[in-house]
Design a protein around this ligand. Structure first.
Ligand SMILES: O=C(O)[C@@H](CO)OP(=O)(O)O
Ligand SMILES: [Mg+2]
Length: 436
């Protein structure tokens, strides 16, 4: 599986920004494609996208990243064995050893790394999820979705401070059932907002664009929407939040712009604690800032037994940061975003570090996405258990959920993780009983 050619092109993402697509062609003609996604709420320690263009294209051009692929990466990788993903990714790292990959650009490296993975799977005649599970010795499964109902923060003009209001349907018997129930809740939520005169469109990841008076109104409306859809909040449908707190933490103070108030770490933890008591919340991502490790450890000490606490900006898909967090008792789960790491191999290392430390893994899309569905295969092939890609009414999101339905056809409905021992560990009747 020798790499014969590597070619880059500029394409456009779901926010109308340019992004990098790479084709990797193997001797024998098999081709793999990889497309870089792009975040809006970004951790300071994640791989950097290389951008250019000044005022043109709002400074979001990718000319330099394309040049990285064509002028630097291609000459180094052509003639190498693509089937050794670790060796390919090691070459990428050697070409840009900077911690943030800001010389080649994380958008260049991730597109190449993903394209190589796809090319090898195609040449081996395997669906990508199977290639991933075979290569990394993982047991494949269909993940449990976290689907966004309201989008806020940096994805909706900062209309509410909290970024993602999502639901999960952990007890569902199948992936199809999850999507069906979620769909009903999604449209019920839209109807409620319309009746209140607060429907302001759709945010970057497909959730409704919120026009609420305060952050808690979103939680109330979401709980009402679950009821309106004929489901039982806290029983079969539960809430997952991405607070994305780094976005509104300034000098150690949490600024809730919508409510015109500022909280210190203790007050922020207390606020989240009140929400956890009042609403059927089972999972919170980035409850505190990436710059607040003691707050994150304190939050985990208080709520880690009954809550999934995910590090996103806080752990940036970095294996060493996962190990460090585990030693400090901060978080109990990690978000896996391949472009935060910059290569497939580093994302897999993070998955392995999470497995070793007992952290759960949620594979995630970025808020700027395309038709690329690699992450659906990654979640299924590694059997990570959970996947977060946004919501209905945006095709770049539905491409990934729909791909899971296709993978399910190949893998069999029994491979769905809902209702499995994985779920029983953190949303037993015990916890939910108190909340319903
Ligand atoms: O914060 C996140 O988890 C992601 C996806 O919701 O957003 P972004 O890609 O903007 O970082
Ligand atoms: Mg996040």
């Amino acid at each position: 599986m020798i790499i014969e050619a590597i070619r880059s092109r500029r394409i456009w993402d779901s926010r109308g920004n340019p992004t990098v697509e790479v084709d990797v062609t193997l001797e024998g003609g098999h081709v793999g494609h990889g497309i870089a996604p792009a975040g809006a709420s970004r951790g300071t320690r994640e791989a950097m996208d290389l951008r250019d263009g000044g005022p043109a294209l709002r400074g979001m051009g990718v000319g330099r990243a394309l040049a990285s692929v064509d002028d630097v990466v291609a000459p180094a990788l052509i003639g190498r064995d693509a089937s050794d993903q670790a060796a390919v990714d090691a070459v990428l790292l050697s070409l840009d050893p900077s911690p943030l990959k800001d010389s080649l650009g994380g958008n260049a490296t991730v597109a190449v790394s993903m394209a190589v993975l796809h090319a090898v799977a195609t040449a081996a005649g395997k669906p990508l999820w199977l290639h991933i599970s075979d290569t990394y010795g993982a047991a494949p499964s269909i993940p449990l979705p976290e689907v966004q109902i309201f989008g806020g923060g940096a994805h909706a003009g900062r209309r509410v401070d909290i970024q993602d209001f999502m639901i999960m349907v952990p007890g569902a018997g199948s992936f199809d059932e999850v999507l069906e129930i979620t769909n009903e809740v999604y449209f019920a939520a839209g109807d409620i907002m319309k009746r209140k005169g607060k429907l302001a469109g759709v945010a970057d990841e497909g959730g409704w664009w919120p026009a609420f008076d305060n952050n808690e109104e979103a939680l109330e409306t979401l709980t009402n929407a679950i009821n309106a859809a004929g489901e039982t909040p806290g029983k079969n449908v539960v809430i997952s939040l991405d607070v994305a707190a780094s976005e509104f933490c300034v000098d150690g103070r949490y600024r809730l712009a919508l409510e015109d108030r500022e909280l210190d770490t203790g007050e922020m933890i207390d606020l989240l604690g009140r929400w956890i008591d009042a609403y059927p919340i089972v999972s919170i991502e980035d409850p505190l800032s990436e710059a607040d490790p003691s707050g994150m450890a304190e939050f985990t000490r208080r709520f880690g037994k009954k809550l999934q606490i995910i590090g996103d900006d806080y752990l940036v898909t970095n294996a060493s940061l996962v190990r460090e967090a585990a030693s400090q008792g901060a978080c109990n789960a990690v978000l896996i975003k391949v472009n935060q790491a910059g290569t497939i191999s580093e994302a897999i290392d993070t998955f392995r570090a999470a497995t070793e430390t007992g952290y759960r893994c949620v594979v995630s899309a970025r808020s700027g996405e395309t038709e690329d569905v690699t992450i659906s295969h990654l979640a299924a092939g590694l059997g990570t258990g959970q996947l977060k890609v946004g919501s209905f009414t945006r095709s770049e999101r539905m491409a990934k959920w729909n791909e899971c339905l296709r993978i399910q056809d190949e893998l069999g409905a029994k491979a769905f993780v809902g209702g499995s021992p994985l779920s029983a560990t953190w949303w037993g009747d015990q916890n939910m009983g108190e909340k319903s």
